[in-house]
Design a protein around this ligand. Structure first.
Ligand SMILES: [Zn+2]
Length: 446
């Protein structure tokens, strides 16, 4: 198995790993080595015991994992919550460590269990029940629970929360936490907590690889965060209490999927591929991501309800939805009454790229993606057919999502029916890939 080392631009963000020797072992060693007499009289056996203790102690050093910065919220300058004063309440049972980010960072500890961060007129303020409101020097402020846990707006988080006012006066709220804790938190939202451990292993490796891919890109571009907390990237909503998922995260710790360049792949994943062959998709750059060009069809997801789906929508409803789409409003204003929607361009995989919107006065061409976006909750993928019946449009399709990379329902069936383990499943859905072991320089093998 190959080792993947983080490049220097990625490492520059990381704090140096602190290897802390097990304190119990340290005290035993001190007591043994501190006594000169005993040292002189020590036999070879005793020395061997000490060496063993030292090795055991070093093995218990816990090198810090990679931190990930997750964007929880963006508040634009035009938003009323940024124009007027808005307060974000945080709670921590053990108190807080606060930190401003100017010059040499100013750190302060507090035993208060509440701390409020207020944003007003482009400034940050902090106050707690027993202290006066304090203006933060600079445009950034970080708060961490002393026990590494805190609640923000009632949601539990590990790690720290940073409030950052960017140059264009936009507020970003960013949670920085250990990558492994992040993976643990993501799994129940991107998969199903009731699924077997082997499936959690599949999701852990995929989500870790996906996250690391974004960490590399974000730090190359000097971004203030690595990944967003919503479905656009991976859904993240803070800590949870499905403890059994930790086993799958620990069992695959630091394991990622890589390609020939030994970097984490863009590990796309989705609910159900609907049986399409991604290698025939038109829009994907397979030169950059050859591992997404799977040629073997997955029909293992065929028992899932959205493998094939259809719905009948009155044309008047379709028209109403298209008019509400911000990018289609202008064209929709000129067409008169919607008469029909027809497919104009479909790739070999069955993905629709362009449709013809036909009105009583005018027609226009719209992308398949925009049509799908307009039909949220009715259309489940961009692989569909259209047929008009009187004043109703029948939309039939297959699959759920972008239908690329891992098919979660297919993977579940492959494990349940064929007994495949997580590695075999991942090799099937990301052909030509290998597994690598993430290892930070200066840290021991995890
Ligand atoms: Zn599938």
């Amino acid at each position: 198995m190959k080792r993947l080392f983080l490049p220097s631009h990625a490492l520059s963000f990381f704090k140096s790993p602190k290897a802390s020797i097990n304190p119990l072992m340290l005290s035993v060693l001190r007591s043994l080595l501190g006594q000169r007499r005993m040292y002189r009289r020590m036999s070879g056996g005793k020395i061997a015991v000490i060496i063993k203790l030292l090795l055991f102690s070093m093995a218990s050093c816990r090198a810090r994992s990679v931190p990930i910065r997750v964007l929880l919220k963006t508040v634009s300058p035009s938003s009323s919550s940024l124009c007027k004063a808005h307060t974000y309440t945080s709670e921590s049972e053990e108190g807080f460590i606060t930190q401003t980010h100017i010059g040499s960072a100013v750190k302060a500890k507090s035993n208060e269990t509440f701390a409020d961060v207020m944003v007003s007129n482009g400034n940050l303020y902090v106050f707690s029940p027993t202290t006066y409101t304090k203006k933060v020097r600079g445009k950034s402020f970080t708060i961490t629970g002393k026990d590494n846990h805190l609640y923000l707006e009632g949601k539990p988080y590990t790690g720290s929360i940073t409030f950052l006012l960017t140059e264009n006066n936009t507020l970003q709220i960013i949670n920085t936490l250990d990558l492994e804790d992040y993976i643990y938190s993501v799994i129940p939202l991107e998969s199903f907590q009731s699924w077997p451990t082997e499936m959690h292993k599949v999701q852990a490796v995929v989500s870790r690889t996906y996250a690391l891919h974004h960490i590399f890109n974000a730090r190359k571009r000097n971004k203030s965060y690595d990944i967003q907390n919503r479905n656009f990237h991976q859904t993240y909503d803070g800590h949870h209490s499905f403890h059994h998922i930790r086993d799958a995260v620990d069992a695959t710790k630091n394991l990622i999927i890589s390609h020939t360049d030994n970097k984490p792949i863009l590990a796309m994943f989705d609910g159900c591929c609907g049986g399409i062959v991604p290698a025939y998709m038109k829009d994907l750059d397979f030169k950059k991501a050859p591992y997404l060009a799977r040629k073997k069809r997955c029909t293992h997801c065929k028992n899932y309800s959205l493998y094939r789906w259809s719905c009948d929508i009155p044309l008047a409803d379709v028209e109403h939805r298209l008019r509400r789409h911000s990018a289609l409003k202008k064209n929709m204003a000129t067409i008169g009454i919607l008469k029909d929607v027809c497919i104009l361009e479909k790739d070999k995989a069955g993905v629709i790229h362009r449709v013809h919107i036909k009105g009583s006065r005018k027609n226009f061409i719209c992308s398949g993606k925009k049509l799908r976006d307009s039909m949220k909750g009715k259309m489940w993928s961009q692989s569909f057919s259209l047929r008009k019946h009187g004043s109703t449009l029948r939309i039939s399709g297959n699959g759920f999502g972008h239908q690329t990379g891992l098919c979660q329902r297919g993977a579940y069936a492959l494990h349940k029916n064929n007994g495949w383990d997580f590695k075999k499943i991942l090799h099937f859905y990301y052909p030509g890939t290998q597994f690598s072991f993430l290892k930070r320089r200066n840290s021991r093998k995890a």
